[in-house]
Design a protein around this ligand. Structure first.
Ligand code: SF4
Length: 333
């Protein structure tokens, strides 16, 4: 599959500054948020990005939308390196964001017609008949054209989410970043939004980056999945294969923790402990060792690389193999 967006060795760091910098001088002048992220999003592909709060998901999304400066590595979009002001202007036109809280992202004082045509006007397009144009955009996401005259507070959660999708598509983007696309919606409406995304992908050939805590959303809508932990990728692979046989202990835990109709099917042996550590105090060696049920001495000293364990399956774990570290590795390991 041709890569629409290629991230190679991406680093993002922020100034330590102020109180943090003076209390923790060992950090140096910057805090690493993303480290050495190499990942692609194919043309027409839906990539899922998963990780706890603080894992760097939002920073990664902002970096690839050109909203977060990178401190190392490179970004190539549609075959052209990103770096110059012109290349980022082109990127902003070709990418769009579906926000997590759709009503909050829509100005309450503007009618839907104005909200939908605003991105076109900002990008210098003349809109002769905003109501008609907005009506066409609404119909493309399964809403009646007459809704163009309404205000955001007159919409249901599902309708507001569809309006956000229509607004995101205003400039005919090739890549859409969807941040928790179904958060706060009833289960039946969640299904409608996911089906709409799948339909748009097929109909318009769109690529999506879907960020979600909800693994059933990721499982339902994505082709590949990338898992971030403390700003590093720890597992990447085709969604079906990762859900069928997760190879990293963290991924195993995430999938084992999914709500099960039968609670006896939950895997207590894969339970991870505690909170994700702060990026201010990254553990030595494998950064997951403080929570990993399989951690060994080697894990505390030596940082694993992201290795291709099988075709298209990348895992960052000393003991990852075809079956993953399901049993505690022996001392000799
Ligand atoms: Fe766990 Fe060690 Fe693998 Fe890290 S390297 S995930 S601590 S078994």
């Amino acid at each position: 599959m041709t890569a629409l967006m290629q991230m190679t060795g991406l680093d993002v760091s922020l100034p330590a500054g102020g109180l943090v910098g003076s209390l923790l001088p060992s950090l140096g002048s910057r805090i690493d948020i993303l480290q050495d992220v190499t990942l692609s999003i194919g043309a027409g592909e839906t990539l899922g990005l998963v990780g706890e709060s603080g894992s760097g998901k939002t920073t990664l999304a902002k970096a690839l939308l050109g909203l977060q400066p990178i401190s190392g590595g490179s970004l190539v979009f549609d075959g052209a390196p990103l770096g110059s002001a012109q290349s980022f202007a082109r990127l902003r036109r070709a990418t769009a964001m579906m926000f997590q809280d759709p009503v909050a992202s829509l100005s309450p004082r503007m009618r839907i017609a104005s909200l939908l045509t605003e991105p076109l006007i900002i990008h210098g397009e003349r809109v002769e008949n905003p109501t008609r144009r907005a009506g066409e955009m609404l119909e493309s996401v399964g809403l009646p054209a007459a809704m163009a005259s309404r205000y955001p507070h007159e919409l249901s959660g599902g309708q507001a989410r569809r309006v956000c999708v229509a607004r995101a598509l205003a400039l005919n983007p090739s890549l859409v970043v969807a941040d928790e696309p179904t958060a706060g919606l009833d289960v039946s409406v969640q299904g409608e939004i996911l089906n709409l995304m799948a339909d748009l992908k097929t109909r318009l050939g769109l690529s999506f980056l879907v960020i979600s805590h909800n693994l059933s959303v990721i499982r339902h809508v994505t082709d590949r999945i990338a898992i971030l932990y403390l700003g590093r990728l720890i597992e990447v692979g085709p969604t079906r294969a990762v859900f069928a046989r997760p190879l990293h202990p963290y991924t195993q835990n995430l999938i084992a923790s999914e709500p099960q109709p039968d609670p006896r099917k939950r895997r207590a042996d894969l339970a991870i402990k505690g909170e994700i550590p702060s990026v201010l105090r990254r553990p030595q060696g494998c950064e997951f060792h403080t929570r990993c049920p399989f951690a060994q001495d080697r894990c505390r000293k030596e940082r694993p690389g992201l290795e291709e364990i099988e075709t298209n399956r990348l895992v960052r774990c000393h003991f990852a193999g075809p079956d993953g570290p399901k049993k505690k590795p022996s001392k000799e390991d």
